[in-house]
Design a protein around this ligand. Structure first.
Ligand code: DCP
Ligand code: MG
Length: 242
């Protein structure tokens, strides 16, 4: 039983928002424990919706989601969200210090644990340069930081929470190349031995994923690894060889 710890299954899942237009249509997918999945595809395809459903910000209208072999509606919301570490495209920080934002309510987290998490994802580098280091205030919602820096802090938060499942919606804009390579390294550190779902925009992330899913119109349009999908000369090929 321990072997399916971070296994995720979508079974005949359907979803629509208030307007009732189907957004996810009969999604069937099993993600193995430890697997890295990249979701790609054109805008409006349903990638963020899939992640929102998995975090149970919404629930499937039909079909179900299983986490570790259990229908997730049988688990508490808190139990689900403690098993998932998520980095949003525009990460949410609260006004407070960097230290508090990494700890995120984990009162037992020691300074050593916090710094170890930050070092692992490469966030320590820019944090040390602040006048107050880990005690620097981030401002309302983190306004004093760049999007890339906020993602690095969210990555450190995810590492500290040691989740079975790691989800990341990569930032598309305004990340300088140094921060981008830090984020890349940080993600690689977290993805080790964890089930990971990355909504990916960078080829470096996508190429190393075990499976790439092209999501279009709420369905899996193509699935395979980078080499397989290139060979197919289909939608993935068109997205990434222009
Ligand atoms: N949608 C909606 N109401 C919401 C969110 C989305 O009606 N609150 C619609 C817009 C799209 C569809 O659902 O038609 C899928 O939206 P997603 O945000 O899931 O799409 P992606 O994440 O794939 O798009 P992007 O690449 O732009 O992030
Ligand atoms: Mg999206």
């Amino acid at each position: 039983p321990g072997t399916i710890r971070g296994e995720i299954q979508f079974e005949h899942m359907y979803f629509w928002y208030e307007d009732e237009l189907p957004v996810i249509k009969d999604l069937n997918l099993t993600i193995q424990h430890g697997e890295t999945i990249a979701l790609v595809g054109s805008t409006g395809g349903g990638k963020t919706t899939i992640v929102n459903l998995l975090c149970r910000f919404y629930e499937p209208k039909r079909g179900r989601i299983l986490i570790g072999g259990h229908d997730y509606t049988d688990l508490s919301l808190q139990a689900i969200q403690s098993r998932i570490g998520v980095v949003l495209q525009t990460p949410h920080l609260f006004s407070g210090t960097i230290r508090e934002n990494i700890a995120y309510g984990r009162l037992k987290a020691s300074q050593q644990d916090i710094e170890a998490a930050a070092k692992l994802v490469g966030a320590d580098h820019f944090i040390q340069r602040f006048e107050h280091g880990y005690d620097e205030q981030v401002g309302e919602g983190g306004v004093l930081l760049s999007v890339g820096q906020k993602q690095l802090i969210s990555l450190a938060r995810a590492v500290l929470s040691n989740p079975e499942i790691f989800i990341m919606d990569e930032a598309t804009s305004s990340v300088d190349t140094l921060t981008e390579s830090m984020i890349q390294k940080g993600m690689e550190a977290i993805m080790q031995d964890r089930t990971s779902i990355i909504i990916a925009h960078r080829l470096s992330t996508i190429k190393t994923a075990h499976r790439i899913l092209v999501i279009e119109d709420g369905q899996i349009a193509e699935m395979g690894n980078h080499a397989e999908l290139l060979k197919l000369k289909g939608k993935y090929y068109n997205l990434y060889t222009r």
